[in-house]
Ligand binder design. Sequence first.
Ligand SMILES: Cc1ncc(COP(=O)(O)O)c(C=O)c1O
Length: 304
Amino acid sequence: MRSLIDVFYYLPAYICRRKFLPLVRKKDFPLTEKYVYLSTASIGLTPQPVIEYLKEYIGSLLSGGTVFLDEKEEENTFENLRKTASDLFNCSPYEVAVFSSVTESLASIAWALPKGGEIISTSIEFPSVVYLWLRIAPDKKWTVRLVDPDPSLLIEEDAVMEAVNEKTRAIVISHVEFLTGQRFDLKKLASRVHVTGGILIIDGIQAAGHIPVDVKAFGADVYISGSYKWLLGPMGSAVTYIRKDLVDDLNPGIVGWRSMQDIWNLELKIPLKYAPGARRFEYGTSAYEAKVGMWKSIEYLDIR
Ligand SMILES: Cc1ncc(COP(=O)(O)O)c(C=O)c1O
């Protein structure tokens, strides 16, 4: 009986959504009147309602200073995005940190990892995913091992699994490769690297927004996505999931006033005592409009 009521109640809404939503949404991307836009893997188009919201926000911020951006509003800038990103990733807000780019997020996390051991990635990754491990390796005494692709530029998952050993500190890889679109079975990689105590760090900028992301189901330890591709936000924002039982032991690579429990208590806290949760990775003022835009664009996508 209950399922019959559900059919009558939800079916019309479902049909309307399928039939009319694409038309409404097309209006939100005026460029598509002129172009078939196939460049979202580079820069996604931001929906018109998000652009309108941002125009208002930037105007109020620039002309209103602290009268507009009071302490609560400034905290909310990150909190709203944290909450929306946690719904997107299927994790708790406690496990989400807000950054300004994928590279910045990866760098702060890399510096937070212990010394020694091996970092595994591939030789066809997006440069930022690999460069910073090479940069930090001499300081942290890591060896960086890059798995090569086959002649068609695909990475054999088994080759990545075979590269893992008891020295592996982390596998760092894209969820979807920027060059080939190859999508990895993250669950498989996570279960392999966890056997010997390593972690799985994922760059999800080419995935989040167009394929489902469920960090818990994947078993990922860190999952990062930037704002401006498939999530359709403005440039200058990124969100990062860091697993709860990992994050509180991490000493972020970049810290500042926002890394503390009470961000408005500006007395020096020595020795450093960070906020619990992923929020400790946030450190200071940044392009807030980009964070607001990412919050609104994820909301617009209405994925979960
Ligand atoms: C896989 C991947 N990671 C990262 C980036 C960009 O990172 P960032 O936000 O630091 O510029 C890109 C951009 O094309 C990318 O394709």
